[in-house]
Write a protein that binds this ligand. Structure first.
Ligand SMILES: [Zn+2]
Length: 480
């Protein structure tokens, strides 16, 4: 009976595959998801200013004590870790600036936003993965949303212009209205929305200033507007929201209080350095001229008590940063508050980031609310790398390989979540049960039918052979 059994077994997965997949095609089994990033929102920014809406969110949803961004604590690298679940050395977006050591060209953060070659390094962001699994996705100003990945663009993507103002509260509200319409009128499933504040104000005035506190109140009002807009668009039971950020901010130290880091004091750029990424806050990289790597390293490694210098291959593993080919041979980071200048000091920021992610000033926020999240739940701190599998779970998307773990965030979800959001999934379960029953019945019928045919043919052949007085071997069923 090998043949009929094989046939029946072949039929089973075909029929099961029709409805046994997850989710069932054509059914709306999962809720929509909005990911909002407020750039440079330090973990404790809501603690010295009134934030009634964020307080309300903490009661109506999930608040992590803080979130640890990846190193380097910089906008594009960190945002791409959030959207891909990969460490920076895996996804390859290692800096805000795109650069080319051959041509010596450097492109600013905003210029890179339309440069696919900076973002598309083989790691797929969630927009593309979700699209390939039938979800409708959009990016509103989110870093990396304007690039193509393996030739595929995000279905809808708005990229910040060079002159886009960061702090216009009226525009912030308009952007929320646009996104709400994407969800309700155009049935988008997953949208990422980015705001350039409070990063700008943190750089310009410093994190511990009245200007920053005023900006946090503006963000809080915007979150209040978001809550109201979600209700107005009848999305309360259909939309999960994650509010997070890419890094914190620390106050920069200046002369005469400290001795600033100026690399020219220790090395000759003209003689030793072919290409450099410095003058960009507390992080820097150098490509020494051929044969000069050791000389550069020796000259810098003990040059300044607040400058940490490594050869690329000796950079600490815990940063998950230096393995990518784009990382230059000498990697440096300063202690918090120190900037790394090259030939002259051209540095004006009063606040900055880019420092070791172990420091509390580099930690950022994680908030979440919506039908699939618990209420009034205070989560322990975690790494932003784990947001990706959580988003995949919420959207019902099978993740790409990633460095995160759903186990870290699973406790934030309501207990019934694993029953696949209750009533909505009952329909899918019923379909699956029907399919399985049909499969079993069909399988049995097929087996009976084939066995019947086999037996009939066997008897007929046996009769024929008996008639011919044949002595050849018996007929095997498998010949059928
Ligand atoms: Zn940033």
């Amino acid at each position: 009976m090998t043949g009929p059994r094989a046939l029946a077994l072949l039929l089973l997965p075909v029929l099961l595959g029709w409805a046994g997949g997850h989710p069932v095609p054509g059914t709306k089994s999962f809720r929509k998801l909005l990911l909002i990033s407020f750039d440079g929102f330090r973990w404790d920014y809501d603690q010295d200013v009134d934030t009634p809406n964020m307080d309300r969110l903490a009661q109506e949803g999930v608040k992590a004590k803080y979130l640890t961004p990846p190193f380097v604590t910089m906008t594009s690298p960190s945002h791409f870790t959030t959207i891909s679940g990969r460490w920076i050395e895996d996804h390859g977006v290692i800096h805000n600036m795109m650069f080319n050591t051959e041509t010596q060209w450097k492109y600013s953060f905003k210029t890179t936003q339309n440069k696919t070659e900076w973002w598309d390094n083989g790691v797929l962001p969630l927009w593309i993965t979700a699209q390939r699994q039938g979800r409708k996705t959009a990016s509103f100003h989110y870093p990396g949303g304007g690039a193509k990945y393996q030739g595929e663009a995000v279905q809808r993507s708005l990229v910040e212009s060079h002159t886009h103002p960061n702090g216009n509260e009226t525009e912030w509200r308009q952007n929320i209205d646009i996104v709400m319409n994407w969800f309700t009128k155009e049935d988008f499933d997953f949208v990422t929305l980015y705001y350039g504040e409070p990063d700008s104000v943190g750089h310009l005035y410093g994190p511990d200033t009245e200007n920053r506190r005023a900006m946090i109140q503006q963000i809080d009002r915007t979150i209040g507007y978001l809550l109201e807009a979600i209700g107005r668009h009848s999305l309360t039971e259909h939309l999960n929201v994650i509010i997070t950020s890419d890094h914190g901010m620390t106050t920069m130290k200046k002369k005469p209080n400290i001795t600033e880091i100026l690399l020219r004091n220790y090395i000759s750029f003209k003689d030793l350095v072919q290409f450099d990424i410095v003058d960009y806050g507390g992080f820097g990289m150098l490509l020494p001229k051929p044969g000069q790597e050791e000389a550069v390293y020796q000259a810098l490694k003990n040059a300044h008590p607040h400058l940490n210098v490594y050869k690329k291959e000796e950079f600490p593993e815990r940063f998950h940063f230096a393995k990518h080919e784009r990382v230059l041979p000498i990697v440096m980071y300063a202690d918090p508050g120190y900037s790394i200048s090259g030939r002259i000091i051209l540095y004006f920021n009063k606040g900055d980031h880019g420092f070791d992610n172990v420091y509390m000033d580099m930690k950022t926020i994680f908030r979440a609310f919506g039908p699939d999240f618990k209420k009034n739940h205070l989560a322990e701190p975690f790494d932003s790398i784990h947001i990706y599998p959580l988003m995949c779970k919420l959207l019902g998307v099978t993740p790409e390989p990633h460095n995160g773990s759903l186990a870290v965030t699973q406790e934030m979800l309501v207990d019934t979540y694993d029953q696949h959001t209750g009533a909505e999934m009952k329909r899918a379960s019923a379909l699956q049960n029907t399919a399985i029953s049909l499969t079993v019945v069909t399988g049995v019928l097929v087996v009976l039918f084939v066995a019947g045919v086999t037996f009939t043919v066997f008897c007929r052949k046996k009769t024929q052979r008996a008639d011919q007085n044949s002595t050849s071997e018996p007929v095997r069923m498998t010949e059928l």
